[in-house]
Ligand binder design. Structure first.
Ligand code: FES
Length: 128
């Protein structure tokens, strides 16, 4: 059931079929990767920072429908946010997609985790 596209909202299917910001950033300021240990699917998030805000956010994903849609939505929700408010929860991402099946909620946290790692990497490199 969890892989059946009929169980997803229209927004999930739209973001899966036409992912926003699925690309690489030339010379990113930082990047983070996160993995779903249950299936080994992986998301990479790259960021560009300007004036303490996320000026650009892009992703590459190898994952299921929910994973790709959540990564796409993560970039949209994160774009323009200040670094100290860049953390996203899986609930926030799932809600913005109109909901996800409970069995796919873990898939929606991979991109927010990758984003958090990218922000951490940026902050630690800026501090050194
Ligand atoms: Fe692997 Fe969804 S099944 S991320």
């Amino acid at each position: 059931m969890s892989g059946d596209i009929r169980y997803y909202t229209r927004d999930v299917i739209d973001h899966f079929r036409k992912p926003r910001n699925q690309r690489s950033i030339e010379a990113p300021d930082a990047e983070g990767r996160a993995i779903n240990r249950a299936c080994s699917d992986v998301v990479r998030v790259q960021i560009k920072v300007e004036d303490g805000k996320l000026k650009d956010v892009a992703f590459k994903a190898q994952g299921c429908v929910a994973c790709v849609a959540a990564a796409s939505m993560t970039t949209i929700l994160a774009m323009g946010r200040p670094l100290d408010d860049a953390e996203l929860s899986r609930e926030e991402v799932a809600e913005a997609l109109g909901g996800l099946p409970e069995s796919k909620m873990d898939c929606s946290v991979i991109a927010p985790n990758a984003l958090a790692y990218a922000v951490q990497q940026y902050l630690s490199s800026a501090a050194s």
